[in-house]
Design a protein around this ligand. Structure first.
Ligand code: TXA
Ligand code: MG
Length: 378
């Protein structure tokens, strides 16, 4: 199968150009398209064929449910049994945007979409192309991220093409996505309401309107939720580069100060040396690019460095440093993919603090990691 690509400028495009992609959706086939978080692989929720094709193209386990994308509150009504008043307010406050909300599903939503769950995950994307695309198609669009299952999510159309060309008929190329990590998934029907997956919408932004919001904590391995997951996606390996990724993190990543950073940096340099001596090609995702790596690392021929824009002020001591969380999130999956392309065997990453987008970044890094090294406070 040939995979056709349509390039559009998200800030300036003619919605008529989306007719061809919309026809594909209406005929029960699937399309890769940009959203503000990551690229999605979309199909009509009313087509069993399309839903099957989504799972097949990605190689996705059938028990991992899909997110349904809508372009209006009208569309929402058909999909759910009820919209409690508090949930209605949350939708109005945060949509369109990178927030996915669980609802009790109506019979219209096929079991194949929700993997048999009584709930359906829904979001209204803010990306202009995604919005228009759903409107022109005229149906809610079920879409997981448009990567091969287990690979880092795609933040460019090239990433989608790399994973899925020959398996899908069409990709809409809207350039790089804004957030770079997937949407935040929340369950606001339960008490207290809970973030099931941190993502593009920050906890800090959500808690201002949903005061008792909890975060479903990261340690999935020993939890009841993992055995009976309410987000089934939690039980699968995710976001992994081919390289062996080592995450160096501090045991209390809530705050970062320079002494923590220098301990992490020390560890990173030791590991770099160890793997270089073993003859490995080493990649570094440089999350604190405001603080230079040592000349020994920078000048090493067997080392590839991928800088992400966290700016640190080296004059600040013992206070919070300003991580540029948004930039780290935006570039994270690209960094993993690029280092794979360069053939690195080991990837070293320093963790960042779990504030703002840092929460989603650390969640993805922990899932991507083959090994996590915790630095203890001295
Ligand atoms: O930003 C995003 O959310 C992107 C774009 C394309 O919208 N989509 C995305 O989809 O990341 P996916 O399939 O890669 O991740 C969806 C997550 C999975 O962890 C899945 O288990 C969870 O949402 N999910 C879907 N339906 C659910 C449900 N009914 N209950 C609990 N979790 C659900
Ligand atoms: Mg995904």
């Amino acid at each position: 199968m040939e995979t056709k690509i349509l390039r559009l400028n998200p800030d300036h495009f003619d919605p008529k150009k989306l007719k061809e992609a919309a026809n594909i959706i209406q005929n029960g086939d699937i399309v890769g398209f940009p959203t503000e978080t990551v690229y999605g692989l979309g199909g009509s929720i009313y087509s069993d064929d399309a839903i099957k094709k989504i799972f097949q193209a990605k190689g996705r386990p059938m028990d991992n449910p899909l997110i349904v994308h809508i372009s209006s509150m009208e569309m929402l009504k058909d999909l759910v049994l009820e919209i409690p008043e508090n949930v209605q307010k949350i939708c109005e406050h945060y949509w369109p945007g990178p927030l996915t909300i669980l609802f009790r599903k109506s019979p219209i939503v096929a079991d194949s979409v929700t993997a048999g769950l009584p709930t359906v995950a829904i979001r209204m994307p803010s990306h202009p192309i995604a919005k228009s695309f759903i409107e022109v198609a005229g149906v809610p669009i079920a879409a997981p991220s448009a990567n091969s299952s287990g690979r880092p999510s795609p933040t460019t159309a090239e990433h989608v093409y790399h994973d899925l060309h020959g398996k899908i008929p069409y990709i809409i190329d809207g350039g790089k996505t804004n957030f770079g990590v997937e949407s935040t998934v929340i369950d606001v029907h339960r008490n207290p309401p809970m973030i099931l997956r941190p993502g593009g919408m920050n906890y800090e932004d959500l808690v201002s309107f949903i005061p008792n919001l909890q975060i479903y904590e990261k340690s999935i391995s020993d939890s009841e939720l993992e055995k009976h997951p309410s987000t089934p996606g939690l039980k699968y390996t995710h976001y992994s580069p081919n390289a062996y990724l080592i995450l160096i993190e501090f045991n209390e990543m809530k705050s970062s100060d320079l002494s923590i950073l220098s301990s992490m940096r020390h560890k990173l340099e030791k590991l770099h040396l160890k793997y270089i001596k073993m003859g490995k090609k080493v990649g570094i995702i440089h999350t604190h690019s405001g603080i230079q790596l040592s000349a020994q690392i920078i000048n090493h021929s067997q080392t590839e460095i991928y800088p992400l824009g966290a700016q640190l002020n080296p004059d600040q001591s013992n206070q919070d440093v300003i991580d540029n969380f948004g930039q780290v999130a935006q570039g994270l999956f690209s960094a993993m993919r690029n280092l794979d392309e360069l053939g690195v065997e080991i990837i070293l990453v320093e963790g960042i603090s779990e504030k703002y987008e840092g929460l989603a970044v650390m969640n993805r890094l922990r899932k991507a990691a083959s090994e996590i090294i915790e630095i203890k406070k001295r």
